[in-house]
Design a protein around this ligand. Structure first.
Ligand code: SF4
Length: 372
């Protein structure tokens, strides 16, 4: 008996696409009523989508909102951002972390103006040629701003897909990530449904219902389609290798200050916190750091300790304070170390406007509330 041939339509219907046809309308209907009202969702301006998606990388929504609003107020268009001084861009980013994002955004804005007539490119491949725009950001801008059929996979989407489809591979490995991207690509709608809304519905479900530790499955609009829930393994997915313990790094900061002025130094571009200002920090003890600044080590007063955790490092910084005399205020200051490219005394009111990281704020706060 001749073998029965499979119909092309059946061949094309993978489990994910069958499930997608049931998932999409439900998740999109839920997103239409349950999505949070966020400032960047009130506009379809591609620049606003790009800016918000860049700020949201590794950063919580509530942290991003005031930064986004201040940024858009001062630089409402790609062209205005392209013309901005980098120091001001970094200053508006101060406290948001991952400062490389701000420098890349600024460089990309200049290129959008010089090479694309001030309009963001519409497709993923062209978007990805811009500085700092990876697969996720390109997919988000193309789908949300330009309604292109493009997938996104961020932490929220990875978690939702891993659970809905019970993916047991480590999602941080290249194999696991490839599987998620391929699934996300297969799921993006190409008909009447909006690919941007679809991507945002997955992200929103991950951010508000399908939470990392305790997914609220009872409130989930697609709970009956969820393979992980059915198998009782939702809170064990997605799988990832245990995180490496951050390396402990000990440093000493010296806050040379008077009542209204403070010595700060700028880190070189390329160093950690490149382009940002901070009180001088060195890897020796207080006397060694004081020597690098040409100040009297016997005048140092211990103020406390700051602990600051970065993705792979745990910085433990002893904070010392030294007086700033009127004469010292006017003298030229040496660079405290090779990672710095400028050092100067500034009024405390002016310091708040300089680009700086949260770490610098913590150090100055420890030195008797400076900068608060
Ligand atoms: S049922 Fe639970 S685990 Fe599955 S997608 Fe919904 S919230 Fe996530």
């Amino acid at each position: 008996m001749p073998g029965r041939k499979l119909q092309p339509s059946r061949l094309a219907q993978s489990p994910s696409t069958k499930k997608a046809s049931r998932l999409r309308p439900r998740l999109l209907a839920w997103y239409a009523t349950a999505s949070r009202d966020l400032p960047w969702r009130r506009t379809s301006d591609p620049y606003a989508v790009w800016l918000s998606e860049t700020m949201l990388q590794q950063t919580r929504v509530n942290t991003v909102i005031p930064y986004y609003e201040a940024f858009v107020r001062e630089y409402p268009t790609v062209a205005s951002l392209a013309e901005a001084p980098e120091e001001r861009v970094l200053s508006l980013w101060s406290g948001l972390g991952y400062y490389r994002r701000a420098r890349m955004l600024h460089a990309a804005a200049k290129r959008v103006v010089s090479e694309h007539g001030g309009q963001l490119p519409r497709d993923v491949a062209a978007l990805r040629t811009l500085e700092g725009v990876g697969a996720y950001t390109a997919g988000a801008v193309a789908s949300i701003a330009f309604k292109r059929r493009a997938a996104v996979v961020d932490g929220n989407v990875a978690r939702v897909l891993a659970r809905l489809f019970a993916i047991e591979e480590d999602v941080k490995t290249s194999l696991g990530a490839a599987r998620l991207w391929s699934l996300a690509n297969a799921l993006v709608p190409d008909g009447d449904e909006d690919p941007g809304d679809w991507n945002q519905s997955l992200m929103e479900l991950g951010a508000t219902v399908c939470l990392p530790k305790r997914p609220a499955c009872d409130a989930c609009p697609v709970r009956d389609l969820c393979a992980a829930r059915r198998r009782g393994i939702a809170d064990r997915l997605p799988r990832t290798a245990p995180k490496r313990r951050p390396t402990e790094v000990r440093r000493t900061a010296i806050v040379v200050a008077s009542a209204d002025a403070v010595l700060v130094a700028r880190r070189r571009v390329g160093a950690l916190f490149g382009g940002l200002w901070e009180p001088p920090i060195g890897d020796g003890d207080g006397l060694a750091v004081a020597q690098s600044l040409g100040i009297d080590g016997t005048s140092l007063e211990p103020m406390g300790r700051v602990v600051h955790v970065l993705s792979h490092r745990r910085l433990i910084i002893e904070v010392l304070r030294a007086p700033l005399s009127p004469r010292a205020r006017r003298r030229p200051w040496p660079l405290p170390g090779p990672e710095y490219d400028a050092a100067e005394v500034v009024a405390i009111a002016a310091w708040r406007r300089l680009p700086h990281a949260t770490l610098a704020r913590k150090i100055l706060a420890t030195a008797r509330g400076i900068g608060l």
